[in-house]
Write a new protein. Structure first.
Length: 580
């Protein structure tokens, strides 16, 4: 069954209803120009005691764009961003798209190996970065990985593992004097840009079209390496205008976000939607519940964008009680923050929605102001310009009302494809993306998501490839097999557990397993629990392959029997293995 109608010039329809200026303005340079002109003197970003107005944001982006032109960045080049949620990320994002480059946001939680893979796979030409973040020194990590830094010059950078990389620019730091010569300071990089470079950058920006390549977002898939999801400019712009409308934001809003800018929700739901209405976005480099509470209270935030487990951490912080959250009114009624905000009825919520990185967030949704009854137990209706079908996952046959099958989607914010993957390997002959998710569409056209058909794990809002987790310990002594499974968790969505099956007669060193996981995986991918499963107890198929579904049930039973606590939740025997 199909919903939505992408056939009647949906791009024009969206532009007329959401974006000023018509469909040709659905590019990121036009988006910034439009909001900067309209809200010039208002504060766009507040980062601690630093305020950035809309006009200053546009000017800084223009300056950096000219510097990128002077550095040889051309249309279609990849510019990678290894920067946390701070104003420089936003400046770099708009600057790179201004010169026609493809922005590659790099996950700041990524391990050095994961980061190297992304930079190499994306063929990044320029890396814009910061040095220190959450106890890590990214410059030191790069130095350790690349001894060639010691003698390389910025214009002559040649790294065997990232052969396309030519320039590395780092935010100014007190440690800059000890940097390898190949790393340039941000302040010197943008100093002395020529007027001719600005003219050239502006000419490129004016020639960009909404369907041009704009972003390359890396996300974990069902393979052991992250996939690069290529998006056009219009995907980010449409979703920014869309979120502004769907969330009901207004110019006077003050919005706190813990969503990282390196993922699509951070770009469109937090950043783009805020800028679209001329509101103020509160940003912090790292999420810490006490600091987040301070910011929300001090700035009288009206809206909080955070994962449920982050909201729980804020609500349970010792300093939470007694704070003044009178201004806060855009949080889910079932959020742990709702009692602190004094919410007495369910009048706002975004849970009735469905989306993914491949569609730059939303495919379906209901407005946040829809009645609580309407928003309950469904994922909304297909949004303008998007189409959803339910098909039999075995043969692709289209299914009817209330028939369960696989969710497939297409439309104006669907990715252009996976980077370096033939398009026919990503989309079917009709241009639909097969999500691997199960669902059904009811008689009212509302999608009901029923779970993932694929093996991807989702914990704390992040996708994690089970194969990547499993491969990280597969070569350890005594490990016959390792299977990563997701067990239900009330705030994380799923908690990752690793079931390790020893080879016959062997003993697995659990401390070594945990150390290897921490060494090879980003922190959010590290399993919360490692369980040893004897070969005799390991459920297998008729071909002797380990059954992940049965191991998931076994893991849940073990956690419940042991009353294991994970992120504040204690698994109890009476819970059983039921998923909601």
């Amino acid at each position: 069954m199909a919903t939505g109608d992408p056939g009647l010039d949906p791009e024009l329809d969206l532009a007329l209803s959401l974006a000023p200026g018509g469909p040709d303005r659905l590019t990121l340079p036009c988006f910034l120009e439009d909001v900067a002109e309209r809200f010039a003197s208002r504060v766009a970003l507040r980062f601690g005691d630093v305020d950035v107005t809309y006009a200053a944001l546009a000017e800084s982006s223009s300056t950096l764009a000219a510097a990128l032109v002077d550095a040889g960045v051309e249309r279609g080049d990849r510019v990678a961003l290894l920067i946390a949620n701070r104003p420089e990320w936003v400046v770099a994002f708009f600057a790179a798209t201004h010169v026609g480059a493809i922005v590659v946001p790099v996950n700041t939680f990524a391990t050095p190996d994961e980061r190297e893979y992304i930079l190499d796979h994306a063929d990044a030409k320029v890396l814009l970065m910061q040095q220190h973040l959450a106890g890590r020194d990214f410059v030191a990590e790069l130095r350790a990985s690349h001894p060639e830094f010691a003698s390389a010059k910025p214009e002559e950078l040649a790294l065997p593992s990232v052969p396309s990389l030519r320039r590395i620019v780092c935010l100014d730091s007190s440690d800059a004097g000890s940097w390898p010569s190949a790393i340039e300071a941000w302040s010197s990089f943008v100093t002395g840009t020529s007027s001719e470079a600005r003219t050239r950058a502006d000419a490129v920006a004016a020639a960009i079209t909404p369907t041009d390549d704009g972003l390359l977002i890396y996300t974990s898939g069902t393979t052991d390496r992250p996939k690069g999801v290529l998006h056009a400019h219009r995907a980010a712009v449409i979703q920014s205008w869309r979120f502004a409308e769907m969330l009901g934001l207004v110019t006077e809003d003050v919005i706190y976000t813990a969503q990282p800018f390196f993922w699509t929700a951070g770009i469109s739901m937090s950043l783009g939607a805020t800028l679209g209405v001329g509101a103020m976005l509160l940003v912090q480099e790292v999420f810490e519940p006490g600091a987040a509470l301070d910011c929300v209270e001090r700035e009288r935030a009206t809206t909080v964008h955070a994962w449920v487990h982050q909201e729980k951490a804020m609500a349970e912080h010792p300093s939470a009680a007694g704070r003044d959250f009178e201004a806060l009114h855009r949080v889910e009624f079932d959020s742990p923050l709702a009692p602190l905000a004094g919410l007495e009825e369910d009048v706002w919520g975004i849970h009735a929605s469905y989306g993914m990185t491949e569609t730059f967030t939303l495919v379906s949704a209901l407005p946040t102001w829809a009645s609580a009854e309407d928003r309950t137990r469904n994922s909304g209706v297909a949004l303008p310009g998007m189409e959803i079908r339910i098909v039999d996952p075995e043969n692709g046959r289209a299914l009817g009302v209330d028939e369960s099958g696989e969710v497939i989607v297409r439309g104006v914010t669907l990715m252009k494809g996976y980077w370096k993957v033939p398009l026919e390997n990503a989309l079917d002959a009709d241009g639909f993306f097969h999500t691997g998710d199960g669902g059904r569409i009811d008689a009212r056209g509302r999608l009901h998501w029923t779970g993932r058909l694929s093996g991807i794990l989702k914990t704390g809002g992040a996708n994690v490839s089970p194969l990547e987790v499993e491969k990280s310990v597969a070569d350890l002594p005594g490990v016959r097999a390792a299977i990563a499974v997701g067990v239900p968790h009330p705030t994380l969505g799923e908690a990752i557990a690793l079931c390790v099956v020893p080879t016959a007669g062997s003993t697995v060193d659990l401390d070594l397993v945990r150390a290897r996981l921490r060494e090879r995986l980003a922190a959010y991918k590290v399993p919360r629990e490692v369980l040893i499963v004897d070969e005799a107890d390991a459920p297998t198929t008729g071909t002797q392959k380990l059954r992940s579904d049965a191991l998931r049930t076994l893991a849940e039973a073990r956690l419940s029997a042991g009353r294991v606590e994970i992120a504040g939740h204690v698994y109890a025997a009476e819970e059983g293995g039921e998923r909601e």
